[in-house]
Design a protein around this ligand. Sequence first.
Ligand code: 5AD
Length: 347
Amino acid sequence: MKQIIDRLRQNRDLSDGDFLTLLTEIGEAEKAYLFAVARTVRQSVYGDDVYIRGLIEVSNYCKNDCLYCGIRKSNQKVSRYRLDEKTILSCCDVGYSLGFRTFVLQGGEDGWYTDERLVAVIRQIKARYPTVAVTLSLGERSEDSYRLLFEAGADRYLLRHETIVPEHYQKLHPAKMSLKNRIDCLETLKKTGFQVGCGMMVGSPFQKMEYLIEDLRFLQRFNPQMVGIGPFLPHSDTPFGEQSPGSVELTLVLLSIIRLLLPSVLLPATTALGTAAEDGRERGILAGANVVMPNLSPADVRMKYLLYNNKRSYGSEAAECLNDLKRRMEHLGCHVVVAKGDYKYMP
Ligand code: 5AD
């Protein structure tokens, strides 16, 4: 096992057989070794810095009906909201004074957010805070739209691919969504000039280990600047409400593997990981992650943006509790920094 891990670090690659062994047969001591190697590689690129991103959940309206997601269109129990420009800007004001230098505007696919409205809010944020990065996570849009958003000043875009296996994608999404469209969007985003993030859920219904290996192959090919992964967690008002959650342990192993495949990737310890285990975020950092994304949304909407049951938005998940998060990171030998936290291109 140790040789496989060393080979992964050396070659940034493994055979399918070795990936499978690593994912299915790794023991506790070997995991500790894998995590330590992943931390060393993270350290060589980013030192002990942990980047924070202020997450602003701008809308829980969504035209899509993804079978796993709590804010899917057919969930009638959701109390829907969207934030207007003024509210988003005041979230940024709070965030900026707390030390955030990246704001992530995330939301369902909400037609109210026209290019015009988004361009206006991006310009406002950039005018007020010229040194921050704006990250968007607003789903699939047209090439023209992505271009306008980029030209308005948005720097990064997150769009998880969810799974790279078409038949699997089809089982997680309604018929009118397609993996092809998702990948086309990712390619367009890259071509437009964004720093791009993709990623998959771990342990989503119908997933097989072989599929995760395909996901890793896709990450190698696409070479994104950011990768977001977290365990699938059921939401009771969705068709997958009775399915079992994804494994925290497997998520951690995958985080380490991704760090070794893509040494300079910006890799968050996600809210899903922090929800699935009390110490999930810390363990994510210890497995090689280097980003956390505390919640900056207005307090009264946080409980409405529930992608899965028990989603955390308080404690160290909350921007107001940044000191708590900082302390937790210092315990791990890491430091939360006030920085834009761009991707580091390595020779
Ligand atoms: N469990 C875990 N992650 C989820 N997401 C959506 N629903 C769930 C769920 N039930 C993730 C998806 C999406 C991101 C915003 O949240 O990967 O891309």
